[in-house]
Write a protein that binds this ligand. Structure first.
Ligand code: ATP
Ligand code: MG
Length: 414
């Protein structure tokens, strides 16, 4: 079957347009890579591609994940011959259901001798008469029809389609540059990463864990979440950073109520190093204002001060209910709901500080040897490349993990 894809024109104006369209075509090929060779082309402001399948439900499922697609339809490609166009429009009409209809025509170039309005009226009349003679009850409705038969005249071809589906919108993944997404095993950060992907960013994921002082649940959950998210950007680099050596230092040197802030600042510094190594230009977190103690404005300000790059918080103004809704929609909910031992919950105060002062935090940090530990954390991280193969993810280890021997400074009840 042939699919015609429309993208949002406004976002793709100017010199960047070719780049966006090329990336959109690359992403479509990756989404359907297991369907055999896909011929795709850019045609006067739309993309068409041919798929060797009859499984339309699977096509819809995959198209929901291709960012940059505004809408799409299964289309017939015919020469610009009026009789053929008319019969094909009738065929498209018959494949759809509804009681009202309209015919819409757009001419990308105006070489066809009939004007768009004329084509619409002629073909609309033809469909109406055919219905009348076959006893099908149908009305013309030009404002809100159940069925719209579309004719797009492009070059020497006519693309004719019936039912059109909404795509996910956004911009093609891989067109906005790289960011480092701080991915926990919770609900928020996978959604934050997903939102950046939807705006075209290539999200490198970075998870901090305390293994071997905790079990591997957060590592495993995060890897599964990264697999799921890779459906939307097709290739992901995942850093699994052992945070235990840093925590060990922080646990022995700082009061419990300040640890959350210090953990976060350290994570942000380590993520900044990952960003530098990968050429990423911003960090992404799943924070939402006021959601928990570490996410008050004073604390965010103190955490931001540790970052060398802009901190993007796409969920800062989003309620938890809406985050959960999105999480269910993209299929992350079950993974995020799995139990895990969070490295951040180790040795925290019952009532963590909600109004951290930068000076106090800097004083505490200056008494510790964090820099070397943080540099080591990147060197000792496990780095995995995840590739989306169309219907499953494949992994390749790019860097093997090194875990620090010995126990943390204090006994942990695991
Ligand atoms: P989430 O649902 O994303 O875990 P949360 O509501 O639990 O968020 P926090 O635990 O305060 O909030 O974390 C705030 C943000 O810090 C997370 O959204 C994530 O971006 C980052 N973060 C927290 N823990 C980790 C971790 N272990 N590894 C990587 N990033 C983390
Ligand atoms: Mg969390």
């Amino acid at each position: 079957m042939q699919i015609v894809v429309h993208y949002h024109e406004i976002a793709l104006k100017g010199n960047n347009r070719n780049l966006f369209v090329k990336q959109l075509i690359r992403n479509l090929r990756r989404a359907f890579q297991d369907f055999g060779k896909i011929s795709a082309r850019s045609l006067f402001g739309r993309v068409t591609f041919e798929l060797d399948t009859d499984n339309i439900e699977e096509v819809h499922r995959r198209m929901r994940g291709v960012f940059g697609v505004a809408n799409y339809a299964v289309a017939y490609e015919v020469p610009q011959d009026f009789e053929t166009m008319k019969e094909t429009a009738w065929k498209c009409f018959q494949e759809t259901q509804g009681r009202t209809f309209a015919v819409r025509c757009r001419r990308a170039d105006k070489s066809f001798p009939m004007r768009s309005g004329e084509i619409e009226r002629e073909i609309g009349g033809y469909i109406f008469d055919k219905c009348l003679s076959s006893g099908r009850d149908i009305k013309v409705d030009l404002t809100n029809p159940d069925i719209t038969v579309r004719l797009e005249l492009v070059g020497k071809l006519a693309l004719i389609s019936g039912e059109r589906r909404q795509g996910p919108g956004g911009l093609p993944s891989g067109t906005a540059g790289k960011v480092v997404g701080m991915l926990s095993s919770g609900f928020d950060s996978p959604i934050a990463c997903w939102q950046l992907m939807k705006r075209g960013a290539d999200v490198i994921m970075c998870h901090f864990h305390s293994y071997p002082f905790t079990n591997k649940a957060s590592l495993e959950n995060c890897t599964l979440l990264a697999d799921l998210l890779t459906r939307y950007q097709y290739k992901t680099k995942l850093y699994l950073v052992s945070f235990a050596p840093v925590q060990e230092e922080l646990l022995s040197m700082t009061p419990a109520d300040m640890r959350m802030i210090l953990y976060r600042r350290s994570m942000v510094r380590i993520a900044s190093k990952v960003a530098e190594r990968e050429g990423a230009l911003a960090l992404v977190t799943g924070e939402s204002l006021g959601q928990v103690a570490s996410q008050t404005l004073p604390n965010m300000r103190v955490i931001d001060e540790a970052a060398e790059l802009p901190m993007l918080r796409p969920l800062v103004g989003t309620d938890k209910d809406d985050i959960i809704k999105l999480s269910r929609e993209i299929g992350a909910y079950e993974l995020s709901a799995r139990p895990y031992e969070d490295c951040c919950s180790l040795m925290l105060a019952k009532h963590p500080c909600t109004k951290a002062r930068l000076k106090d935090v800097l004083d505490l940090e200056s008494a510790m040897e964090l820099e070397e530990l943080e540099a080591q954390a990147v060197k000792n991280a496990e780095v995995i490349e995840i590739k989306w193969m169309g219907d499953h993810a494949e992994h390749k280890q790019l860097q093997a993990p090194v875990y620090k021997e010995g126990a943390m400074g204090c006994p942990l009840d695991l």
